[in-house]
Ligand binder design. Sequence first.
Ligand code: GDP
Length: 533
Amino acid sequence: MSSEAIAREVKRRRTFAIISHPDAGKSTMTEALALHARMISEAGAVHGKGGRRSTVSDWMEMEKARGISISSTALQFAYEAEHGDGAPNVINLVDTPGHADFSEDTYRVLTAVDAAVMLIDAAKGLEPQTLKLFQVCRHRGIPVITVVNKWDRPGQTPLELIDEITDRIGLIPTPLYVPVGIAGDYRGLLDRRTGEFIRFTRTAGGSKIAPEEIFGADAAAESEGDAWTSAVEESELLAEMGQDHDQEMFLAGQTSPMIFTSAMLNFGVRQLLEALVEFAPPPEGRVGVDGTERTVTDPFSAVVFKVQAGMDTSHRDRLAYMRIVSGEFERGMVVTHAQTGKPFATKYAQAVFGRDRATVDTAYPGDVVGLVNAMALAPGDTLFTDPRIEYPPIPSFAPEHFSALRVTTADKYKQFRKAIDQLDAEGVVQVLRNDLRGDASPVLAAVGPMQFEVVTARMKAEFNVDTVLEPLGYSLARRTDEASAPELTRQRGVEVFSRSDGALLALFSDKWRLQFIEKEFSDLTLAPLVAAA
Ligand code: GDP
């Protein structure tokens, strides 16, 4: 394919993730988006509300038992935008695990997207997990579109929500539309750019695209009365405060276009798609570790951002998800794995959403492709066709949960060693060791405690090793150095470990212990670990 043709493919692509707290409506919104668009890599994954459970991966037994998703995959659909250039856009929605437990994957997904939709519940406003994920977006410079969902239910006022976001995270919302009707009485939107009223009509059970009618200001004032007047006043107030969309400030992460939706009624969903197409940036090239730049039309390259081991007997394999950075991907092409220099055959490239898979034949920058039986690949790895390129690794995240792992079958020690090294290399958990505990009982460190169960389950299923976990009373880690280690080791409630990447980590029982030690021994090296970068 010519580079002009690749450039066209790139230009029409948008790759994003939804960041939200559980229950804000991410699954419902995902379905609503799919309803408004034509599925490309459908794979039978999303079939309206009734099919909701099927959007949840049940890859592992554990997931099945809990009915939650551990995996993060991608959904691709075509959308013909009103403001587009005629050719449909290709939207990649990369799924973040949507449950209360947090894992390294949640963060890693955000290394694969170009924009994020921060979905908040109109009644609850900013919630803890939204905040955590938002910090990752800010750190990585990912522009954020804010969506206030559940506007069909009673909630806060638009100005209260705007103030909360401005005050708590310093992001300035720039509403593209102002809702007509308070939360709980969602009638439609005032389009701030045209001054028109977009009226929505409910469909039975919210199962269809909500019909829209457009009215001028006078007609809206007549039919909607005070609800319209308030919307106009809010819009004017926002304009006075300078809270109009500014593309440069949005891309710089300073402002956030804001939309009010009801994912359940499909209200405002089309407006969200339009905003993604109009404002979210298309995929861009990246810079390699040696400083060389790869533009999107250069030869093929991709970054692995997640590796998943199949535990289900019908899918007993390993999937690596790569985000394409440059060039055209054709299934069957042989690429090079930068970390080992070895060739990697891509015969079994798949689009994966939940448990459903479809074969992918071609893909372009911004797309996510699952590679089957990718035994050698780990998160952060680069794949390329010549010339060689290697992208910077995904940094490891600050763990908050720590457990010692012990093998209970005495003669399985060698297997245990092998399994631990493998899970460490895959980035499932961070593995910490020190002389005191010895090799037989390494300490696992993770962002979310569910990762520990993934480890014990895989130990058993793949290596036939029984293990037990012993939760440790540590809750935070700091990076330290050889000089500080002896003093730290002497302290109560502190333990020093080395991580497999060579970093020395000091674990603390709680932040008070850390604060006390920092005060007592001000010359010790205790650097915060990057939450995610
Ligand atoms: P997730 O945990 O973020 O994926 O949230 P879900 O999509 O599962 O939604 C959580 C609950 O909120 C479900 O009962 C949904 O039906 C409901 N819900 C989602 N969006 C809306 C909405 O726009 N309005 C109302 N009233 N309920 C919603």
